[in-house]
Design a protein around this ligand. Structure first.
Ligand SMILES: Nc1ncnc2c1ncn2[C@@H]1O[C@H](COP(=O)(O)OP(=O)(O)O)[C@@H](O)[C@H]1O
Ligand SMILES: [Mg+2]
Length: 340
């Protein structure tokens, strides 16, 4: 937005924050482009909240540098505070006040006139689907409503940079979707969002770039596409008309795509996992494969193209599953999983 948009929103070099023996943030280099959602993805205890607190000037770093729109978080902390807003554990919302009362009060504290405070509160309540609950005390809100009013409170004055620290942890799928819509709307207004999450699908849905962190270190960084390319381009799933032709189809796909081909329990189905090495997109490879099958007179009834999930990315990067198990709910931890 305005004059802030020339450089990156956040730039850190070798950032360190320790708590006694624990290196919660252990030499983090990050560049967050302005005007986008940047995802910081990592399991519980990875150092996400600590990093956010340092960037929001709530904690002093022990080493390295961090700048927010060019302002050093230690030397120019006041300037940084004027540009950022944080939603997370620091909910400024008062449980005993209604939704409207909270937002009007906070808007007044931010210097808005009574009428503009009321207008802004009403606008945000409407935008966040809280109009009906506007007159209810916040203590009677559901978890999803509570999360939404927290975010509303943090964007009363549109910040240049909004930190959303695990905004949907513990929410039901419908509430998560509502929060996602809000995040998209906030970014459409020009705010940069740094979103931390344990949910791989959340980063996938919202973020343009993602840093995967584990034990205080960035273990991978890039666009979603780049991260996914590190595990493979995806898979082509094919259902044939005739089960007899499957061995032939299997051979053909393996030779043509240099892919690992898996035979499904369904006798007409097979899946080819595409490699990350070729320059062709998964769609191009799939099209080529279908053409080749047709030329050999093998009829395909149905086919689909699958993208690798970010779960697979994390597994490929760390050799273990994420603690949070985003897409499957909270399954039991694997026996060989390292505790974070
Ligand atoms: N105030 C603190 N005092 C001591 N250790 C802390 C404190 N805050 C966080 N830690 C430790 O730092 C590490 C990173 O924690 P945190 O940043 O909260 O991770 P995340 O937000 O990714 O779950 C953890 O090992 C945690 O126990
Ligand atoms: Mg945290």
């Amino acid at each position: 937005m305005s004059t802030q948009s020339s450089g990156p929103a956040i730039e850190t070099v070798g950032l360190v924050k320790t708590f006694g023996e624990t290196r919660a943030v252990d030499g983090v280099d990050l560049t967050v482009p302005a005007g986008t959602v940047y995802g910081v993805l990592g399991p519980n205890g990875a150092g996400k909240t600590t990093a956010v607190k340092v960037l929001a000037t709530l904690l002093r770093p022990d080493g390295g540098e961090a700048r927010v729109f060019g302002h050093d978080v230690v030397r120019d902390a006041d300037a940084v505070r004027g540009l950022v807003s944080l939603t997370g554990q620091y909910a400024s919302v008062d449980e005993d006040l209604t939704g409207t009362e909270n937002l009007v009060l906070l808007a007044r504290l931010l210097g808005h006139h009574k009428t503009t405070a009321r207008t802004r509160a009403a606008q945000l309540l409407e935008a966040f689907g809280l109009t009906e609950a506007a007159g209810k005390q916040v203590k009677h809100y559901s978890g999803g409503m509570r999360r939404r009013i927290d975010i509303a409170a943090s964007i009363l004055n549109t910040p240049e940079l909004l930190f959303l620290d695990e905004p949907t942890t513990g929410l039901d799928p419908r509430s998560r979707n509502q929060v996602w819509d809000i995040v998209r709307a906030v970014v459409a207004q020009g705010t940069t969002v740094l979103l931390t999450t344990q949910y791989l699908d959340e980063a996938d849905q919202l973020a343009s770039r993602i840093a995967v962190i584990d034990h205080g270190k960035v273990i991978a960084e890039g666009t979603k596409g780049e991260l996914k390319a590190s595990v493979g381009a995806g898979s082509v799933h094919v259902r044939l008309r005739d089960a007899d032709r499957r061995p032939e189809a299997e051979r053909l796909l393996r030779d043509l795509l240099h892919a690992e081909v898996q035979l499904e329990p369904d006798p007409v189905a097979l899946t080819a996992r595409l490699g990350a090495t070729t320059s062709d997109s998964a769609a191009e490879q799939a099209a080529r494969a279908l053409g080749e099958l047709a030329r050999d007179g093998i009829t395909v009834d149905n086919f689909s193209l699958g993208q690798p999930s970010l779960d697979e990315v994390f597994l490929a990067l760390t050799g273990r599953e994420t603690g949070g198990s985003a897409t499957q709910g909270t399954g039991p931890a694997k026996k060989d999983e390292v505790a974070a």
